[in-house]
Design a binder for this molecule. Structure first.
Ligand code: GDP
Ligand code: MG
Length: 177
């Protein structure tokens, strides 16, 4: 409610990033609304979701921006990243190419955002392990090399989704206070 918002201690912006089809929008809707869609929802313009979360004794208004297909054309603008303190950098464990592109996304993130940004590398669709093309160990290694946090998730089965977002926001909070 309005009065609850008034009482929030911090407003933190974070962004979803990664190739088209990796599950960014479903991770966000799982986190913000506990919803999942089997189709990919085409949207126009940038969308974002809010959720109030409590970490330690602080109420944080989490504002998370989602791309609306611009990632397909690598046409994400600097305003998307502006002011973001965290990012969920997502690939699909069943599509090797989406993992291969992580370094390109990382380069763009580092170009447009501040150096203290908290980045969580997310290998999504862990429920499809029989079609796995990227080993969990590879994700871990890349994260270590690049100084990122790491988690495998399933938006479909709601595995580690809350953890991925909460880890990001609690690290942002640690950096802030
Ligand atoms: P985006 O383009 O990165 O936003 O990806 P979407 O969230 O639109 O998801 C793309 C497709 O992958 C949709 O058909 C989703 O239903 C599906 N998807 C998303 N997350 C998962 C997941 O964790 N497991 C499975 N099996 N499918 C998923
Ligand atoms: Mg999307």
């Amino acid at each position: 409610s309005y009065s609850y918002d008034e009482e929030c201690d911090y407003l933190f912006k974070a962004v979803m990033i990664g190739d088209s089809g990796v599950g960014k929008s479903n991770l966000l809707s799982r986190f913000a609304k506990d919803e999942f869609r089997f189709d990919s929802k085409p949207t126009i313009g940038v969308e974002f979701a809010y959720r109030n979360i409590k970490i330690a004794d602080k109420i944080i208004k989490a504002q998370i921006w989602d791309t609306a297909g611009q990632e397909r054309f690598r046409a994400i603008t600097s305003s998307y990243y502006r002011g973001a303190l965290g990012a969920l950098l997502v690939y699909d464990i069943t599509r090797r190419a989406t993992f291969g592109n992580i370094k390109k996304w990382l380069k763009e993130l580092r170009e447009y955002s501040n150096s203290h940004m908290i980045i969580v590398l997310v290998g999504n669709k862990s429920d499809l392990s029989k079609n796995r093309e990227v080993q969990e160990e590879e994700g871990k290694e890349l994260a270590e090399t690049e100084g990122l946090y790491f988690m495998e998730t399933s938006a479909l089965e709601n595995l580690n989704v809350q953890d991925a977002f909460l880890q990001m926001f609690s690290k942002i909070l640690e950096n802030t206070v």
